[in-house]
Design a protein around this ligand. Structure first.
Ligand SMILES: *Cc1c(COP(=O)(O)O)cnc(C)c1O
Length: 420
């Protein structure tokens, strides 16, 4: 990951330098405190951050963990996902989602996404549960594809946009499945639960949830970091043991665990930055609203993110879709504007998962989405002027493409006329 600072005319995809320069004094004090107490592992810096992060997520407990990937793995394991189980998720996500499932000993199986939200489509989940599973004599739900028991669902709140949790939780209840949220891109995103009749935060709705504090995330460490949240004391306790060699008391190992702790310096740095997260998220929402407004001039050549009435997204990424994605990215690059693709190859078509025997065409919405999406510059410090330039270049490109299309159509017509 590069933390490239914006030079005179270029606009970075992400500016990680400015927020750290702004907070340099406070962040440096964290290092000094750790150095002077040699409090590097565990201790009050970790515990204070955990309390503050749980409060931010409106969850009862948070457990600081070495990465988002490990947080998701420990959350799955603590929620009872066992070796040989099937865990249902989406193919349109970062591979860490399925790595965590595999590393918990389970097998990921996919359902397609919704074409507006890019998150798990509850209708596809119903179809999977009804048509691609059977119930065996013991009453267990068995996947026809793998012959294994389906025990959990991992919805991913991709780009900081909430998955449709009411529908997913209701299906989970009906089929007695546990729901573990992949909230690695959704620190502070909110969803209006009809069932509870109130707004709820990402990470407070599933049995447990995982967050990543990779530097580029909305809340990022100065290194690797993650956390899991839950409202269940027993699950929190198990996750704490899993991250620390299966011990609650030093050298009394109730099970085998991992070395998955978060170090104290990162926890301290995260605590400083957490105090700014609500403001940063609000700034991202303002930038997103401004992109939406400005991009109306593209006359539908660029499709903006969809945010339902029951969702308050925190725009970890601002993702648009357009027919000639490669052309647009090339144009932006020439203009000195950063962009990205999240993600270009759906998981079911990755080489790593060739043995799963999924084929092209299995998840058409994911495949079409992956071919058309592009992530535009998005970070709290993005200025209105920078944003204006990004959109100006997008409009230059779309009008140029439209003009070429008109010329090409006219050309076809002329030769057709000539033939007639
Ligand atoms: C970043 C991310 C992860 C993994 O987090 P790490 O901290 O990098 O291990 C998992 N899932 C999603 C959707 C992510 O974006």
């Amino acid at each position: 990951m590069s933390g490239s600072h914006s030079s005179a005319n270029s606009i970075p995809f992400l500016d990680l330098v400015t927020p750290h320069v702004e907070l340099e004094q406070e962040l440096t004090e964290v290092f000094q405190k750790a150095l002077r107490t040699a409090g590097f592992i565990g201790g009050p810096m970790v515990e204070d951050f955990e309390k503050a992060f749980a409060a931010f997520c409106e969850a009862s407990y948070s457990v600081a963990i070495s990465s988002g990937t490990d947080a998701l793995r420990f959350a799955l394991m603590a929620c009872g996902v066992k070796s040989g189980d099937v865990v249902v998720t989406v193919p349109h996500t970062f591979i860490a989602t399925t790595e965590a499932i595999s590393q918990a000993g389970a097998l990921p199986e996919f359902v397609d996404i919704d074409e507006q939200t890019y998150n798990m489509d509850p209708a596809k989940l119903v179809e999977y549960l009804e048509r691609q599973c059977t119930v065996n004599d013991a009453g267990a739900l068995i996947s026809r594809r793998s012959g294994r028991p389906v025990t959990a669902i991992v919805p991913v709140h991709l780009y900081g946009q909430m998955a449709d949790m009411d529908a997913i939780l209701e299906l989970a209840e009906r089929y007695r499945l546990v729901v573990i949220e992949d909230a690695c891109q959704a620190h502070g995103a909110e969803y209006f639960s009809r069932k509870r009749n109130r707004w709820m935060k990402a990470g407070s709705m599933g049995r447990a949830a995982a967050f990543s504090f990779y530097p580029g995330k909305n809340l990022g460490a100065c290194g690797e970091a993650g956390a899991a949240t839950t409202n269940d004391a027993a699950i929190a306790k198990t996750m704490k043991m899993l991250r620390d060699h299966g011990q609650a008391t030093k050298y009394y190992h109730d099970m085998e665990g991992y070395n998955g702790r978060l170090d104290s310096i990162q926890a301290g740095l995260l605590h400083v930055k957490l105090n700014h997260l609500a403001k940063w998220n609000a700034q991202r929402r303002e930038r997103a609203a401004e992109y939406n407004r400005l991009l109306k001039s593209a006359d539908g050549a660029v499709v903006c993110p969809y945010e339902g009435l029951r969702s308050r997204a925190i725009y970890h990424l601002y993702v648009v879709r357009t027919a000639d994605r490669e052309g647009l990215m090339e144009h932006l690059k020439t203009a000195g504007i950063g962009s990205g693709i999240h993600y270009p190859i759906p998981l079911h078509l990755q080489k790593a998962y060739a043995a799963m025997n999924y084929r092209k065409g299995d998840f058409p919405v994911t495949e079409k989405t992956a071919a058309e999406i592009v992530s535009l510059p998005m970070f709290p410090q993005l200025t209105a002027a920078q944003q204006g330039r990004v959109v100006e270049e997008i409009l230059n490109f779309t009008s140029m493409t439209a003009r070429k299309q008109v010329e090409a159509d006219a050309g076809t017509l002329t030769s057709a006329d000539r033939r007639a």
